[in-house]
Each structure stands twice: as C-alpha cells, then as structure tokens.
Design a protein around this ligand. Structure first.
Ligand SMILES: NC(=O)C1=CN([C@@H]2O[C@H](COP(=O)(O)OP(=O)(O)OC[C@H]3O[C@@H](n4cnc5c(N)ncnc54)[C@H](O)[C@@H]3O)[C@@H](O)[C@H]2O)C=CC1
Ligand SMILES: O=C(O)[C@H]1O[C@H](OP(=O)(O)OP(=O)(O)OC[C@H]2O[C@@H](n3ccc(=O)[nH]c3=O)[C@H](O)[C@@H]2O)[C@H](O)[C@@H](O)[C@@H]1O
Length: 445
C-alpha cells in the first residue's frame, strides 16, 4: 500500500530514508530547517556525497514521489507516517542533545492532521521515544491518535544506499499494534529479519550495536599497539583470530581510531547513560579512552623518526573519517593534521571528495593539492589517513619517484609489509614492525 510519508530532517539518514521510501513507491516529503539544503535538494543537487544517492533522488523527483520543504506544515499535513531523522549531537558532558528531536515533536504536534505513526530513526537514549509521545500529546492541535515507534538506523556512510536496501535486520520497537502493522508492511520489501520489540529495547539495541562495534575497533587497536612492540604482525593476528566464527574478522581493522558522527558520540552517550543510572560501563569508557589516544600514535612515530618536524613538508592523503564520504565529523585526520601543524610541519593534503569541507575546518597551515601526485611531490613524508581506492592503490614506486624522502606513515595499513620491503620504502604502519628501505639503516635505534 502506498503511503503519504513525511521525513523530518534531510541529513545523511533522513535523505537516504526518504529516497529509499520513495523508491518503494511511497509519496515522501522531506522537511529540513536548513533552507540552503532544501533549495539545493529542490534543484536536484545533493548536499552530501553518497554513492548512488543522486541517481535515485533524481529518478524519484522526476516521478513526483519525493519533494523537499522548509515548512513543516506543508510536509506534515495529512502524513500517515512521520519519520524523525534529526541530529542528536553530543552535549559538552557527552550526553545526547535532544533539542532537535524535541523541536520535531512540537512541529508534529502543531501540524499533523490525521492518525499517524511517528517513527524515530534518530539515535536517542532509552526513554526518549516515550518522551516524544508525551511532547506530542501535550501540545497536539488536532484530536488525532498518534502512535510512536522506534526504528533505529544501521546504515554506514559511504555505503548508505546499499545498506538501506540490504539491511542485516530491521528493528521495530513499539507498544502499538497499529504502528507495528504499518511499519512491518513498509519494511517488507527489504526482505530482512524484523526484530519486534518494545521502545526501550529498540533504543538500547542501537547504542549497544554501535558500542560493540566501537569496542571491537579499540580492542584491535590495543592488540595492534602491543603486537608492534613485540614483533607480531596484527594482520596475521586478526586473520588468526577472525577465522574463529565466534569472533569474525569484521570491524577488526586496526588503524588511527574510529571517527564519524556516530561511534564517538554514541559511545559517550551510552557511557553517560550508564553513569546516570549508577551502572558504569567500564568497557565503553575504556573504548573511548583507547580511541582518543590512537591518532597520536602515528604522529609519535614521525617525531621518533625525524626528531623535529619543523619545516618538513608532509603530504596527508585522505581526510574524511572513512572512504566513500565527505564527512569530516570526528575524523582522525583532524587531530593528526592539527598535530602536524602544531609541530610546524608544512602540510599538503589531498582527499578525493572531502577537501571542500576540510578547507572550512583547517584555517591555517594546510595547503590542498589537486591530486595524489601533487601532494607527494617534494614531500619529506606522507601520512595515509583514509583508505580511498585512489590512495590505497598508489603504486609503491610513485612514492620514490615523487617524494623528497619517501617515508610513509600508513594509518590504515594499506600495504603489505613485504611489498614495501621489496620497494625499498621506509614504511611505518599500525601493529606491524617498521620496514626500512635502503636509504636508512635503522632510525629507531
Ligand atoms: N550519519 C549516519 O550514518 C547515521 C546517523 N544515525 C543517527 O541519525 C540521526 C541523524 O543523523 P544524520 O543524518 O547524520 O544527521 P545530519 O546532521 O546529517 O542531519 C540532520 C538534519 O536534521 C535537520 N534538522 C534539525 N532540526 C530539525 C527540525 N526541527 N526540523 C527539520 N529538520 C531539522 C538539520 O538541518 C539536518 O539537515 C542521528 O541521531 C544519528 O545518530 C543513525 C545511523 C547512521
Ligand atoms: O550509527 C551510525 O551512524 C552508524 O555508525 C557506523 O557507521 P559509520 O560511522 O558510517 O562507518 P563505519 O564503517 O562503521 O566506520 C566508523 C569508523 O570506524 C573506523 N573503522 C571501522 C572498521 C574497522 O575495522 N576499523 C576502523 O577503524 C572507520 O575508519 C571509521 O572511522 C556503523 O557501522 C553503522 O552501522 C551505524 O548505523
């Protein structure tokens, strides 16, 4: 059955959700307070980089199934299902800031005109959905029945469209059988297992999933840091433990720590929730601590290698928090680039899509190159911070040909150590013994 759906918040989640629902045949209006974003979307331009999204957006716009507005009244009037997909950023103390969710709830109270299911996709602390319903009930202008459901989102940036159409599971938390029926029907085409539960459990599932994945990353980074000191190779260690099906290899890629808009904020929000209820989550607290330290490890290697970085020309390859996105939120590159600038290195950065955003963040001391080759030319060292294909596929001889000193600090383990040994490159990575080329005997001793 085709439904009239409103999506409040047209960011990464709201936009992808809206486009996917339109693709399923529903009539979708996305509402956003950001008028620049709405204007862009109405022109068929995407405010974010996400593979495959533009084509789907244009096709559904053309078919008249999706539109964008900054006026909540226009979008919410006669909507049967209303998704909330606004941001829930961290407050100073780490807890989730619910002001945008609250404001979305009041808009719904003001402008919804018929019985509807309000579906919260935003990641929110346990108890928030109940609160949203109370906000709406308290202020609603029409005498309508409002059902509330939690339907947390599990997509990853960079593969958001694929993930939306191929979810591992769909979680629907509600106390309303009407909401369950409507959402089961809407989600049926995704052909994924549906976990039906109550509101609190659905909210907890989202935080627990992100915290567990973040914990895997901090775990592997700690084992990597120790492996490096003991002469073990973390890639072999992960391969050895990951083949145990109870462990698995996913999310055990060592590196410079997790970034992005969600793992950092959700681990802190969960940890805060634990403290609020006198149940400290020590594993999560440590996960955060380990992650905060991880980016500086790459800089420490450089300090150990050069002594003084002042005046050294450092190429930085990759700025976004992961490949496939232009999102710079909590990217490990932020602290690494700032660290290099603080050490008075000359930084020349390249990223295939995130440079425009990055230029608004790094104000001084960072130049941007228009290609990998340009960034490498004349450099005294290179920091690999995001494993974009165009970066991880750089042939080893390009470093030697372009750089003043081909010294590589690889924060994403893009290369095999044997490969770098053969290329005679001086190569430092995460969780593996350093490899030295023919030019340098052993700088660490
Ligand atoms: N980014 C991601 O990959 C994922 C995010 N999430 C969760 O989804 C939620 C949204 O995240 P993103 O899409 O990344 O955020 P975002 O910051 O990209 O987008 C949020 C949008 O909501 C708009 N907005 C704020 N208040 C509004 C209001 N009252 N009415 C209409 N629009 C309003 C903002 O202008 C913005 O465009 C967060 O809770 C996040 O934790 C969950 C899974 C994946
Ligand atoms: O709640 C969210 O927002 C989303 O958070 C993550 O998705 P995302 O942050 O987009 O990207 P990931 O692929 O999970 O990567 C997050 C960070 O972890 C790092 N990472 C990931 C995997 C790994 O093995 N090692 C590692 O360092 C990445 O480089 C990146 O900085 C989750 O994977 C999604 O399921 C979830 O919906």
């Amino acid at each position: 059955m085709t439904r009239k759906i409103a999506v409040v918040g047209a960011g990464y989640v709201g936009l992808v959700t809206g486009v996917a629902l339109a693709q399923l045949g529903h009539y979708v209006t996305c509402i956003d307070v950001d008028t620049t974003k709405v204007d862009q979307l109405n022109r068929g331009e995407l405010p974010i980089y996400e593979e495959g999204l533009r084509e789907l957006l244009l096709a559904n716009r053309e078919a008249g199934r999706i539109s964008f507005t900054a006026h909540p009244k226009r979008g919410l009037r006669s909507a049967e299902v209303i998704y909330i997909a606004v941001g829930t950023p961290p407050k100073e103390d780490g807890s989730a800031d619910l002001r945008y969710v609250e404001s979305a709830a009041y808009d719904i109270a003001s402008y919804a005109t018929q019985e509807c299911v309000v579906v919260c996709k935003s990641t929110v602390p346990v108890g928030t959905n109940e609160q949203v319903l109370q906000w709406i009930e308290k202020e609603k202008k029409e005498d309508i029945k409002v059902h509330i459901a939690s339907n947390p989102e599990f997509l990853r940036q960079g593969s958001a469209v694929y993930d939306t159409f191929h979810p591992d599971r769909i979680v629907i938390g509600s106390n309303s059988s009407y909401a369950w029926d409507v959402l089961t029907e809407i989600n049926a085409p995704f052909e994924a297992p549906i976990v039906k539960t109550d509101l609190a459990s659905a909210e907890m599932i989202k935080y627990a999933a992100n915290a567990f994945l973040a914990m895997k990353i901090s775990f592997v980074n700690e084992i990597a840091n120790l492996s490096e000191k003991l002469g073990a190779n973390i890639e072999d260690v992960v391969s050895g433990i990951g083949k145990d099906q109870r462990i698995g290899e996913a999310f055990l890629r060592p590196g410079i720590g997790y970034g992005g808009s969600c793992f950092p904020k959700d681990t802190k929000a969960l940890s805060h929730l634990g403290s609020d209820f006198m149940e400290r989550l020590r594993l999560i607290e440590t996960t955060v601590e380990v992650n905060d330290m991880q980016p500086s490890r790459l800089i420490q290697k450089a300090i150990k290698r050069y002594g003084d970085l002042a005046g050294k020309r450092m190429a930085v390859l990759g700025l976004s928090f992961k490949p496939g996105t232009d999102d710079m939120r909590e990217a490990p590159s932020l602290s690494i680039v700032n660290g290099l600038v603080d050490l008075n290195a000359e930084v020349v950065a390249y990223d295939p899509v995130a440079m425009e955003r990055a230029a608004t963040i790094f104000e001084e001391g960072v130049d941007f190159a228009s290609s990998v080759e340009e960034a490498l030319t004349g450099a005294d060292g290179v920091f690999i911070l995001t494993e974009w294909p165009v970066i991880k596929n750089i042939a080893p001889d390009v470093y030697a040909a372009r750089m003043n000193q081909p010294i590589i600090f690889d924060g994403r383990n893009c290369y095999g150590i044997e490969e770098m040994k053969e290329a005679k490159l001086e190569y430092y990575s995460i969780g593996r013994p350093p490899q030295f080329g023919q030019l340098i005997s052993n700088p660490l001793t």
